[in-house]
Write a new protein. Structure first.
Length: 316
């Protein structure tokens, strides 16, 4: 089978699509024929060697956190899944080996998949797994958004940003999206009450907000100052400056900057699927690439400025 792998730490050209053995599911695991996987920030961080303590230094390393596809077979002890079931899921970010989501087949524990939402394609489903679950956990668990609160989504046009705009609206927030002006119409269609052009709007000119969801990871101290009394801020754009700002904010009680590592299991994916089925969460796909062009997809991801997700079409 074909699988995308990281052959050394570096730029996108270290990615290769190679032939490797098809994995077999063990006890409690499911073999999935992958139809689509998306490009995520964590993939790029692993590729450049940013989390060697997690990914290890032994090559090749599998790439691709999320996937959507069809169950081929289940290992012993797995109930509820059978061949032909359409599923979506995520490999464990700390347990990826030579094969991960960007491959023709992947083996994962049954508690890391869920029935894919009805009415969306595999490409659309794959675009929502990491982005949607990250936004859901950020809003529901990290900042605990409540109805009527004022929400700023910074980096609102990206994968997590577009999901956060929609989910914040579904939770009853009054949503301000900060993004490129050319994306304003789409973001309003997704549920933003207001869209601000980040190229011409400074942090000092906006707010206050009860909740800030940041996907960028820079200038965090400037945006934290725009929190209202009792306001909460979470960032998913982890960088060296972001980590420093998070540490520096730790004395500020509710106004500290929160972060987390999204690692959704079946329960989160089930809830996410409910939002999709209800029409509260729609996929936003910027571009679709064949698996063979994964390096090109990573290059485009790193250039930024997109609306939604880069997705790899693998089979199906």
């Amino acid at each position: 089978m074909k699988a995308a792998q990281i052959t050394s730490f570096g730029a996108p050209d270290v990615l290769r699509v190679t032939e490797t053995d098809r994995p077999s599911p063990g006890a409690g695991e499911v073999l999935v024929a992958v139809e689509a996987s998306s490009v995520n920030g964590h993939d790029a961080i692993v590729r450049v060697g940013g989390v060697k303590m997690v990914s290890g230094r032994k090559f090749p390393i599998g790439v691709g956190l999320d996937f959507a596809g069809v169950v081929v077979t289940a290992g012993s002890g797995v109930d509820g899944y059978q061949a032909g079931d359409r599923v979506w899921g995520m490999v464990h970010p700390r347990k990826r080996h030579t094969v991960a989501g960007a491959a023709e087949y992947v083996v994962v524990p049954a508690d890391r998949i869920s029935p894919a939402p009805v009415g969306v394609s595999a490409v659309e489903a794959a675009s929502l797994v990491v982005a949607g679950s990250t936004a859901l956990i950020a809003l529901r668990d990290s900042v605990r958004l409540t109805e009527g609160e004022r929400v700023l989504v910074r980096g609102a046009a990206g994968g997590v940003g577009t999901a956060a705009v929609q989910l914040a609206q579904a939770m009853g927030g009054h949503v301000t999206a900060l993004a490129r002006d050319r994306h304003a119409a789409v973001l309003r269609d997704l549920g933003a009450d207001e869209v601000l052009d980040y190229g011409t709007t400074t942090a000092e000119e906006i707010g206050p907000f009860d909740v800030i969801v940041d996907t960028v990871g820079t200038e965090l101290h400037c945006y934290r100052s725009r929190l209202a009394k009792g306001g909460r801020m979470v960032t998913v754009g982890l960088s060296a400056p972001a980590l420093a700002a998070i540490a520096a904010s730790s004395i500020h009680g509710s106004r500290r900057i929160r972060t987390f590592s999204a690692n959704p299991g079946s329960a989160v994916l089930d809830e996410l699927a409910d939002h999709v089925t209800a029409g509260a969460l729609r996929p936003v796909v910027h571009c679709v690439y064949p698996l063979a062009d994964i390096a090109t997809a990573h290059e485009a991801f790193e250039r930024g400025g997109v609306l939604g997700k880069h997705v790899l079409a693998i089979s199906g």
